[in-house]
Design a protein around this ligand. Structure first.
Ligand code: CP
Length: 329
């Protein structure tokens, strides 16, 4: 794809070479993210950070990434404080807000909403999660983390075994991550979920069509055996009609030290997009694994800054200028 000026709405936009390019730029951002160097490459630029659903890491890491490149961030974080509640369309909102920003990051509860907004925008729009549909930047940071974790074990994404566990029906991170991983070859996916919360059929079919092996199961213990990566997700309560309906599934699949030791092969990388639901009735990823060297969840969150810096640099076409407008700290 051609990055300069592009919207990033879905991982379906990417070829494998695009993903590798994003990772290459993300690697080059490390000295800036670690405050070893400073750049002002986006000095004077404004990012509109529009979050109409709760967020901790996506909103803040997109903001940090833009600040680390020298730009300013304008936050819109409450749908009730926006004229969308007066009946204004996403199209009009997109047209207006793109007059105030050089790039917009947006999260919204409806599938397809960010794409609708982007149709009217005169500046690039990055999808930070549109309902249960997609979360492209999360999938990129997840795959970037997978690549790094596997490399430290002399392994590759091609041929890896990954288990995805939890609410695979509503989890936009697993939708985007599966599609992104499908660009690689001969991956084995073990999809562990209650039958009612299975991965959408269209995604499973697509994985099989691209030559990947897919096993779907409700049995976590057998599904955990012989994976390189286990990727857990929480029950997405906000996508259910009611809390009691979500409660039916909460706590069904839990990973803790004892289960990990018993069923996972040693060194299996443990991932989660976060937030994990640490309430007793859910607790899909137990705190007793917090010190485990294979727990990669906080390496994922750190890598989010690098990947989001790369997305800004590529879509605003400043990759070549980052180093030129920099100095040592
Ligand atoms: N992973 C993720 O999207 O986290 P937030 O909802 O906190 O942004």
């Amino acid at each position: 794809m051609r990055f300069p000026g592009a919207h990033v709405l879905s991982v379906s936009q990417f070829e494998r070479s695009d993903v590798e390019r994003i990772f290459e730029v993300a690697d080059s951002m490390r000295p800036y993210a670690h405050r070893e160097r400073m750049t002002k490459v986006l000095d004077g630029a404004i990012m509109g950070n529009m979050f109409f659903e709760p967020s901790t890491r996506t909103r803040v890491s997109f903001g940090c990434a833009f600040n680390l490149l020298g730009g300013e961030v304008r936050e819109t974080t409450d749908i009730k404080a926006s004229s969308l509640t007066k009946g204004e369309s996403l199209y009009d909102t997109g047209r207006v807000m793109s007059g105030y920003s050089d790039i917009i990051v947006m999260r919204h509860p409806q599938a397809g909403s960010v794409a609708e907004f982007a149709k009217a925008s005169r500046v690039p729009v990055l999808n930070a999660g549109d309902g249960p549909n997609e979360h492209p930047s999360q999938a990129l940071l997840d795959l970037y983390t997978i690549k790094k974790e596997l490399k430290s074990r002399q392994q590759n994404i091609d041929g890896m075994h990954i288990a995805m566990i939890g609410d695979l029906k509503h989890g936009r991170t697993v939708h985007s991550l599966s599609r992104l991983v499908s660009l690689y070859s001969k991956v084995k996916f073990t999809l562990i979920s209650p039958r009612e919360l299975a991965m959408p059929e269209a995604i499973v079919e697509d994985l099989r069509t691209r030559g990947h092996q897919v096993v779907e199961t409700e049995d976590m213990e057998s599904g955990l055996i012989s994976n390189d990566i286990v990727y857990l997700t929480r029950i997405q309560e906000e996508r259910f009609a009611s809390k009691p309906e979500a409660d039916l599934y909460r706590g069904r699949f839990r990973l803790n030290q004892s289960i990990y030791t018993q069923y996972c092969q040693p060194n299996t990388v443990i991932m989660h997009p976060l937030p994990r639901d640490s309430r007793e009735e859910a607790n899909e990823l137990d705190n007793d694994l917090n010190q485990h060297p294979s727990l990669a969840i906080f390496r994922q969150t750190d890598n989010g800054v690098l990947v989001r810096m790369a997305l800004f640099a590529l879509t605003l076409d400043v990759c070549e200028q980052v180093d030129k407008s920099s100095r040592e700290v």
